[in-house]
Design a protein around this ligand. Structure first.
Ligand SMILES: NC(=O)c1ccc[n+]([C@@H]2O[C@H](COP(=O)([O-])OP(=O)(O)OC[C@H]3O[C@@H](n4cnc5c(N)ncnc54)[C@H](O)[C@@H]3O)[C@@H](O)[C@H]2O)c1
Ligand SMILES: O=C(O)C(=O)C[C@]1(C(=O)O)C=C[C@@H](O)C=C1
Length: 291
């Protein structure tokens, strides 16, 4: 099989679950030359080299991006503004800059604040794939296979830069789609951020009940499936939820409406409403996952 080096030098700033999985996938596909990692935790970066995820590392973002053809920011969204500030004057003229943040409006606002105007070669991105684990140890090359990656190019994004980021993600086995920035944040508030809020609050509610030991002793498959994502990094999810709070609060209100209606139906013994709510949900989910 012939392969083409799409990215002679890749800089990954924030080599964790997502940055590490991307580096692994691109190496496996043999489409990348050298991978330079950058972060704040030297032990983690050394581990990344030992695992073969990156070829070398530096703790200086400016040095990491020097000569890089593609720069991927894989830090928590709250760190992106500082990273943009540190690399701003050191990007090669031909370098394409992208990120993997779970919310996009905040990242674009940060880029605009740092760069003045949005750079032509900046293409915001979001792989809609992950796990509840964090760190380079949890990264794996197959993470993005048959998953979606959303690109949210801004009006100034150069078509050629968008093509390069698309080609990078396609090489990982992902399907790439484009979306408006606000639309992305509304959709992900509903499909990703709300479920995380629900999982965290359900577990938190049960954990604060007096008989919690008894409750958790009898928690079985349903509880495990529903709450897996409440094991995700609380600091990362605090950042995501606050960054996308406008869209998230709207969809939480919508959800509270549905939950309140169900609660009232249960209280008055309204079989029909309870059944119809569950039936509609089963129908929607079964259709969604029928492939
Ligand atoms: N975990 C998921 O399921 C998932 C899925 C898609 C996108 N994302 C997004 O990807 C990004 C990374 O998430 P992750 O799950 O890989 O987290 P992670 O904790 O596994 O990795 C983040 C890495 O960034 C490093 N870092 C933190 N602050 C930094 C800074 N100021 N400069 C340089 N490096 C810094 C950390 O040391 C760590 O190595 C986040 O923006 C998140 O919103 C996460
Ligand atoms: O599967 C998980 O553990 C995830 O949380 C992945 C998940 C999601 O909500 O689906 C989490 C955050 C992202 O930005 C994209 C994907």
């Amino acid at each position: 099989m012939s392969t083409e080096v799409l990215i002679p030098r890749l800089a990954v700033i924030g080599v964790g679950l997502i940055g590490g999985s991307l580096a692994r996938a691109l190496k496996r596909a043999q489409v990348v030359g050298e991978v330079v990692g950058c972060g704040r935790n030297v032990e983690q970066l050394e581990r990344a080299v030992a695992l073969g995820v990156i070829d070398r590392y530096t703790d200086d973002p400016a040095a990491a991006v020097a000569g890089a053809d593609m720069v991927v920011v894989g830090t928590p969204v709250s760190a992106m503004r500082a990273v943009f500030g540190a690399i701003r004057d050191h990007l090669a003229p031909h370098a394409v800059l992208t990120d993997v943040g779970s919310a996009k409006g905040c990242v674009v606002a940060d880029a605009e604040a740092v760069f003045g105007t949005l750079p032509e070669r900046f293409v915001p991105g979001h792989p809609v794939a992950g796990t509840e684990k964090s760190g380079v140890e949890a990264s794996f090359a197959e993470l993005f296979e048959r998953r979606r990656v959303i690109l949210t190019p801004h009006v100034e994004s150069a078509a050629e830069a968008v093509d390069r980021v698309r080609a990078m993600w396609q090489a990982t086995g992902a399907e790439v789609v484009e979306m408006g920035i606000r639309h992305h944040d509304e959709v992900l508030a509903a499909t990703s951020h709300l479920p995380h809020v629900l999982a965290y609050t359900v577990v938190d509610t049960l954990a604060s009940m007096d008989d919690r030991a008894e409750i958790f002793r009898f928690a079985a498959g349903g509880f495990r499936d529903f709450t897996r994502i409440s094991s995700s990094d609380p600091a990362m999810w605090r950042d995501i939820c606050l960054a996308n709070r406008e869209c998230l609060v709207e969809v939480i209100d919508e959800y509270i409406g549905t939950l309140t209606r169900l609660r009232e139906a249960l209280a008055r013994g309204d079989e029909r409403t309870v059944f119809e709510t569950f039936r509609r949900a089963k129908h929607a989910r079964d259709n969604f996952y029928r492939e």
